[in-house]
Structures are given as structure tokens and as C-alpha cells.
Design a binder for this molecule. Structure first.
Ligand SMILES: [Zn+2]
Length: 404
């Protein structure tokens, strides 16, 4: 089975003002309940229908009217999971604080299909536990008839209300073309391919909408001397919508690029680059606006992608003699200072050596030729796991790596 998540949106035109307030109350109650549970973990259980809410310095008792018992259970479960992950981080030596109270809750987990929530495909409606009238939604036709529906998330964004429905679909066998490629990540060309196909740029700069909305909001704030009226929240929502749109654009580009790579080749080699560090360094804006991080993460999770260790000197190494030559960032071609080997593009050369290195490690580990990788997909992903975080055994290059 393959796990997939479908997003459907609530039709806002079918929501009256009263119902919109009802939804807002649902999210507010989820926030109250979560905060009350964090404040008193022993005292609060999912059976409670009243919670204490801090207003100023006083505590007020509020009734939980909409939040169903299963939703309350999943909120408790979520808090416990967050505590677990904080603990794991602490055990790994990371500095962690305590779990904070939330000022806003925008996501509610609906964990059981038919109980916490229900889908009416014919009327394209979704019913949520605790709320009497079902919501009219758009986008249910995306879910195939043979899908097995699992849990769902009710999400409030600047652009509207959404359900993220998780489904399990029967796995379809893919036949991949027998081609292999190495990919080099970079700033100038985001993705360079070793097989000579055109480099792909996955940069989505900040849109005009973001600039306009943020300018509008800041100007109005300046005019009013920092006072936030009801119009301020409208402007803030406009800005959030603009950011959301930009993020969607970036995500779309990343998904399409990854799809093309994973379905176009049966052996893909990438290097485990520290893209986060580039962001901290000289190229903050370029990395922030590009979707490289998402693409790398998604590629790493694909079964036919092979990851070469980040310590492998793909830019410096010569494919002929195996010695290292340092190149400054502005030099775009490659010249070996030991044997005189020349390549027109240092990025294409880097992609080629990444592919060679990955093939070498793969064949030494599996004892098979890399061209059979389609049959050995499971093994391939296994080796990726095996070498994540440590340096893979390097062939003839290893001798020179120390001379840097
Ligand atoms: Zn050389």
C-alpha cells in the first residue's frame, strides 16, 4: 500500500456567519483544552467538559461544548508525543525548554474515520464529531474509489479551512527507464545533471504580493502609532495569504521536479549536501527562496536514489587521476593541476563523479552491477540507511582525501 494525503477545502460560500463562529470556537476550545492539560497533566482527563482558562491574572471556568471526546483524547496524545520528542532531543544533548502554552491552535487531529469524522462522497460533505451540520467541501473527487481512508486533520489557514485526509492506496508497479544520473546541488544552477540535460533552477523569489501586503500593514501600523484595530488583522491575514501562496508555489515546483527525476531514471545519485549551512553562510537569500532543501529531503526518501556522503570532495576531485584541486567559487570550469584534465563545467563534472562514486559503492555493497538496480531497489534504500551519517567506503579516491 502507498500512503497519500489529499487536501480538500471547505466551501466558504456555504458557511454562514454563525457557522464560521462555531468553527472558530472549535479551534479555541482545542487551544483551551491543550493549555489546561499542559498546566495540569494529572488533573485533566479527556472526560472533562469544563476547563480552567487564564484571563489576565484570574482563572475562569469555561465549558467545552463542541470538542468531542476523541478529539480531546488526540490532543492529550499530541501533547504526550511532543514531550517524548523533547525528551529525545534532550537525551541527544540538545538544549530544550519546557512545552509552552499556545496562543492559537490551527490544527485539530481527527483520528478515526466514521467516528471522529465522516465523509459523504455523494453530497461532498464532511461531518466532524461535535458539530451537527456537515461541511460542504471541494476536492473530494481526488480520492480514488479503492482508497482506504485513515485519519484526517482539520486545518485553519489564512486562505481558508481545509481537511487533510490520509489514505492508503494499492501500490502500482512502476516501470522505470534504464538510465542513471548524478545530480549536483549548487547556488548558480540549483540542480545540475550528469547526463547533459539542462540544469534546473528551483528558485521562487518573494512575490510582489508579499512586498505589497507587508508594506501596507507596516505603513498602517506606523500611522496609527502601533495600535492594532480590526483592519490590522485583515491586513495581517492578507500578508499571511501572500506567504501561503508563495509557499504553495515552491512546494508545487519541488514536487514536479522530484517526480520528473524519480520517474525518469532508475538510478539517481545525489550528495548529502549541507544545504542548511549554505543558508547560514554567504547565500542566505538564494537558499531561502529555492526549494533545494525540500527536493533533497524528498529524493533521499525515494527507493531508487542513492546518497553519497557529504565528506566526498565532488567538486575538487579529478575523475582521471583522482587527485584534488581547489577551485574558487567564481571559476566555473574545471582544471586538474596534476594531470591537466579539463572540463567545461565544474558542476557537470561534480555530478559525473557523484554518479561514479555512488555506482562504485552500490556495486561493492550489493555485489551486482548498478544496471540491475531496478531489481535491487529494496537493497538500494537499505544501503542508503546504512550509510547515512557516516562516511561510505571510498575506492581509489580515499587515498587522496586525506591530502586536502
Ligand atoms: Zn587529474
Amino acid at each position: 500500500m502507498v500512503c497519500r494525503c489529499f487536501e480538500v477545502k471547505i466551501d466558504r460560500s456555504k458557511l454562514s456567519k454563525k457557522r464560521r463562529e462555531e468553527v472558530n470556537l472549535l479551534f479555541r476550545e482545542a487551544k483551551w483544552f491543550r493549555n489546561a492539560f499542559i498546566a495540569d497533566m494529572e488533573g485533566v482527563t479527556y472526560k472533562d467538559t469544563t476547563v480552567k482558562v487564564k484571563v489576565g491574572d484570574e482563572f475562569e471556568t469555561r465549558d467545552i461544548t463542541l470538542l468531542g471526546s476523541q478529539i480531546r483524547q488526540s490532543i492529550i496524545h499530541g501533547v504526550k508525543e511532543s514531550l517524548k520528542s523533547l525528551r529525545a532531543l534532550k537525551e541527544n544533548g540538545k538544549k530544550v525548554g519546557r512545552l509552552r502554552f499556545k496562543s492559537v491552535c490551527n490544527c485539530i487531529e481527527l483520528k478515526q474515520y466514521h467516528v471522529t469524522y465522516d465523509i459523504d462522497m455523494d453530497r461532498s460533505c464532511i461531518r466532524v464529531q461535535g458539530i451537527k451540520k456537515p461541511f460542504r467541501v471541494r476536492g473530494l473527487e481526488q480520492i480514488p474509489a479503492d482508497a482506504e481512508i485513515a485519519n484526517c486533520k482539520f486545518i485553519r489557514k489564512a486562505s481558508g479551512l481545509y481537511f487533510h485526509i490520509t489514505c492508503f492506496l494499492p501500490k502500482q508497479e512502476k516501470i522505470l527507464p534504464d538510465r542513471s544520473v548524478g545530480i549536483d546541488f549548487g547556488i548558480k544552477d540549483n540542480l545540475t545533471f550528469s547526463d547533459g540535460s539542462a540544469p534546473v533552477n528551483v528558485c521562487v523569489p518573494e512575490s510582489k504580493g508579499i512586498k505589497l501586503a507587508s508594506r501596507r500593514m507596516n505603513k498602517a501600523l506606523k500611522r496609527s502609532g502601533g495600535k492594532k484595530g480590526s483592519n490590522h488583522y485583515k491586513r495581517r491575514n492578507d500578508l499571511r495569504r501572500a506567504y501561503e501562496k508563495n509557499a504553495n508555489r515552491k512546494k508545487d515546483l519541488a514536487c514536479k521536479t522530484v517526480h520528473d527525476i524519480v520517474n525518469g531514471y532508475n538510478f539517481v545519485a545525489i550528495q548529502d549536501e549541507m544545504i542548511g549551512n549554505w543558508h547560514k553562510g554567504l547565500f542566505g537569500k538564494e537558499v531561502q527562496h529555492s526549494a533545494m532543501g525540500v527536493i533533497k529531503r524528498r529524493l533521499k526518501n525515494s527507493p531508487n536514489v542513492y546518497v553519497v556522503s557529504r565528506s566526498f570532495p565532488s567538486t575538487q576531485i579529478c575523475p582521471v587521476c583522482g587527485k584534488l584541486t581547489r577551485h574558487s567559487l567564481d571559476k566555473r570550469d574545471y582544471d586538474c593541476m596534476w594531470c591537466g584534465y579539463h572540463h567545461n563545467s565544474r558542476d557537470v563534472k561534480a555530478a559525473e563523479v557523484i554518479l561514479e562514486e555512488a555506482k562504485k559503492i552500490y556495486s561493492s555493497l550489493s555485489g551486482r552491477e548498478s544496471s540491475e538496480s531496478c531489481a535491487g531497489q529494496a537493497l538500494c534504500s537499505e544501503t542508503v540507511d546504512q550509510f547515512q551519517g557516516k562516511a561510505p567506503p571510498m575506492g581509489s579516491y580515499a587515498r587522496y582525501a586525506g591530502s586536502l
